[in-house]
Design a protein around this ligand. Structure first.
Ligand code: SF4
Length: 111
């Protein structure tokens, strides 16, 4: 005689109802890891890039005389890197990554 327990359809649905709402929580770290990998694959924006020069981009905000203290790419509304990332995409410079410590004259406060 088998001791395996067969679940009724009701039991399966009840357990699924408990577990399925947690699925996005499990997926979030994976999505963040994929975003970090995608950002790492982007070439870093050079401060010699013509658009970067036009917007006074620097990889280290402390090197800019125009950047206000504590204004960096990491806390700019246009930064698309994940929280705590060293570099990430920027809406102003598509196809390039900017450093989290960087800054440009398009810096915008987060809402
Ligand atoms: Fe950095 Fe913001 Fe300028 Fe992009 S727009 S380079 S995130 S300061």
């Amino acid at each position: 005689m088998s001791h395996a327990r067969a679940f009724t359809r009701r039991q399966v649905l009840q357990r699924a109802a408990l577990v399925l709402p947690l699925a996005p929580l499990a997926a979030a770290p994976l999505q963040e890891a994929l975003a970090d990998a995608a950002a790492a694959a982007l070439p870093l924006l050079s401060s010699d890039d013509p658009q970067a020069k036009a917007l006074k981009y620097v990889a280290d905000a402390k090197q800019s005389k125009d950047a206000k203290p504590d204004n960096t790419c990491a806390n700019c509304a246009l930064y698309q890197g994940t929280y705590g990332s060293a570099q990430g995409p920027c809406q102003i410079f598509p196809g390039k990554a900017v450093t989290a410590t960087g800054w440009c004259s398009s810096w915008s406060a987060q809402m």
